[in-house]
Design a protein around this ligand. Structure first.
Ligand code: RB5
Length: 142
């Protein structure tokens, strides 16, 4: 199960991602927001981050205008490794090296074509499991 969340700056891109997830037959839970009306991104970051941290969802995708505010807020929740990605290299590397559990995107930064490729890469790339990466991730939680 994938947890989705956005603010007004990410709403339109989230709709594109929802259409893509539907086409792929991938299960998701949409935690809002549900329109382009102005809202506060930390609220959506926190609800999605908690859904991932408590195991309700395996991964999350968060979108605001830049992807910055929503990733900063999500990373305040223990156990969350939210990665703001603007290309597929970053999405692949953050899964392999950081075992990132939330992908953050900027709806005002990238277009839907690239965003969907980033989502696909993020969802399909496994964590490497390498000892050095596990050691570094463990140090984040110290
Ligand atoms: C909202 O205008 C904007 O500040 C927000 O979407 C995000 O970019 C914050 O980091």
């Amino acid at each position: 199960m994938i947890a989705l969340g956005c603010d007004h700056g990410g709403y339109e891109l989230k709709q594109e991602i929802i259409a893509w997830l539907d086409k792929q037959g991938l299960a998701y839970k949409d935690y809002g927001c549900y329109s382009t009306e102005s809202v506060d991104y930390p609220e959506y970051a926190h609800v999605v981050a908690h859904a991932v941290a408590d195991g309700t969802c395996e991964r999350g995708i968060l979108i605001c205008g830049t992807g910055i505010g929503i990733s900063i807020a999500a990373n305040k929740v223990k156990g969350i490794r939210a990665a703001l990605c603007t290309d597929c290299f970053m999405a692949e590397a953050t899964r392999q090296h950081n075992d990132a559990n939330i992908l953050a995107l900027g709806g005002r930064v990238i277009g839907p074509g690239l965003a969907l490729k980033i989502v696909e890469t993020f969802l399909n790339t496994p964590f490497s499991g390498d000892e050095r990466h596990m050691r570094r991730i463990a140090k984040i939680e110290e």
